[in-house]
Structures are given as structure tokens and as C-alpha cells.
Design a protein around this ligand. Structure first.
Ligand code: UDP
Length: 236
């Protein structure tokens, strides 16, 4: 299909939960396939796609009550590597060339993250999957998305979530929750709506990176987001 993408280089942030499908845990291969079908369509249409993958479908450092926080966070980073490999496998089955770049060295399964190399891969039409967050505890993969977007000069962060945008309250608990179509980075930072952590939002604000928050409920939403369709919530 011929697309009219609005962006040339994007960061697609996928939460681990999104890959977990309805259960939100483990890896739902059918969901992964829906995601990689869209990545392929974008890539075939000349969009340079870099993916930042979360790990919440397996483990989040902050959920541990007793564990040393750094250890718990490193476990979370490992979880993102598992997801990255699942995504890579699915992409390659569809004929896409991909590179997993890990912020923690794991030479047998991933390249180390080197910015210039990442950009080169993208320019050559390879899909780059960023694994292991930024490689440091006390950060999130949303912050990773913001940092990598700034580094590789992505035009937008496509933030794919389980919820289809930003609401003034939890739509799962409040049937009258109102969805925002647009908001500013400041709103995200000050309202503490839980869209993304403030570190990530601040980094996006300081580097003027827009974020489009949308749901994976529609199997074409990543493409729609990239074509600039009015889905979800645009933060700019
Ligand atoms: N994490 C980290 N540093 C990073 C990125 C991630 O310590 O730079 C850890 C942290 O424990 C986090 C987990 O990895 O909870 C999984 O990432 P995240 O919670 O962002 O995944 P998502 O919610 O997007 O699935």
C-alpha cells in the first residue's frame, strides 16, 4: 500500500504491556505480528523507524518492595531485551532488516548502542530496536524514547499504549473521563496525569519533540499516527 507519511524518522515507543496483549503479560505473538506488519508498511514507504521497547509485561523495577532498586531496574532492562528479540524475530520473518542495539553490552545478541551507527542503520532502511533502556537504573523506557529521539533527531515520538490517548482521569475507572486531543508538554509535567514520567516529558519539552499518544486497539493505528491522522492525543 502506498502511504503518505508525515514523518521521515520516528521513534515508536511500545510499552511491554502492549506486547502482552489482553493479558498484559508475556508476549502475545499475534499482537507482535500486528505491530510488525505496520512497521514493515512504514519502512516500505521510506519511513525510518526506530523502536524503543518497554519491559513492563515481564518486570518493572519499581514494583519490587524489598529488592535493591538498581538490581530490580537491571532486571527490568533485561526484560526489554527479551521483547526486543521477539520484535526483531517477527520483523525479520517479514523480510525486514533489523538491528537490536542494547544500552547494556550483550555482544552475542545485540549491537552496543552507538548513535552514529544507529543513524547509519536507519539511513540504510534498517529498523533499529533500542533495548535495555538507557542502560541505567532509576530511568524508564519513556525517558529512553525521549533521549534517543533527541539523539537521532527523530521528528516525533509515537507513544503506543493500551489506552487510546490521554484522559483527565482513568477511563477504566471513570466512564465520564474526558480525552484530550492536544496538550502541551507543560500540561504533562504539571498535571501528573501519568502519561509519561516527568523526566521523559521534560526532555521532550527541552528538545521540542512532539509526542503522539495513541492506543494499539486499531490494528492500523501506528500507520495512521505516522500519516498524521487525528488519533489519540498530541503533546506539543
Ligand atoms: N529500566 C531502567 N532504566 C532504563 C529503562 C528501563 O532501569 O533506562 C527498567 C525499569 O525497572 C523499568 C523496566 O526497566 O521499570 C521496564 O521499563 P518500563 O517500565 O519503562 O517499561 P514499559 O512500562 O514501557 O513496559
Amino acid at each position: 500500500m502506498v502511504l503518505k507519511p508525515e514523518f521521515k524518522r520516528v521513534i515508536l515507543k511500545l510499552s511491554g504491556e502492549a506486547l502482552g496483549g489482553p493479558k498484559g503479560t508475556g508476549i502475545d505473538e499475534a499482537i507482535v505480528s500486528v505491530v510488525t506488519d505496520q512497521i514493515k508498511e512504514l519502512s516500505d514507504n521510506g519511513v525510518e523507524v526506530a523502536v524503543v521497547i518497554g519491559g513492563g509485561n515481564f518486570w518493572r523495577g519499581r514494583t519490587s518492595e524489598k529488592m535493591d532498586r538498581s538490581t530490580a531496574d537491571y532486571m527490568g532492562m533485561m526484560a526489554t531485551v527479551i521483547n526486543a528479540l521477539a520484535l526483531q524475530d517477527s520483523c525479520e520473518q517479514k523480510g525486514l532488516n533489523t538491528r537490536v542495539m542494547s544500552a547494556i553490552e550483550m555482544r552475542q545478541i545485540a549491537e552496543p548502542y552507538i548513535k552514529r551507527r544507529a543513524v547509519r542503520h536507519l539511513e540504510k532502511g534498517r529498523v533499529v530496536i533500542f533495548a535495555a533502556g538507557i542502560g541505567n537504573p532509576f530511568f524508564s523506557t519513556d525517558t529512553t524514547a525521549a533521549l534517543r529521539a533527541a539523539e537521532i533527531e527523530a521528528e516525533v515520538i509515537l507513544l503506543a499504549k493500551k489506552v487510546d490517548g490521554v484522559y483527565d482521569s482513568d477511563p477504566n475507572e471513570n466512564p465520564n473521563a474526558k480525552k484530550y486531543t492536544t496538550m502541551t508538554h507543560d500540561d504533562v509535567i504539571n498535571n501528573k496525569l501519568g502519561v509519561m514520567d516527568t523526566t521523559a516529558a521534560t526532555l521532550c519539552f527541552e528538545n521540542s519533540i512532539p509526542i503522539l499518544v495513541f492506543g494499539l486497539d486499531d490494528p492500523k493505528n501506528i500507520i495512521k499516527a505516522c500519516e498524521g491522522e487525528n488519533i489519540g492525543t498530541l503533546i506539543k
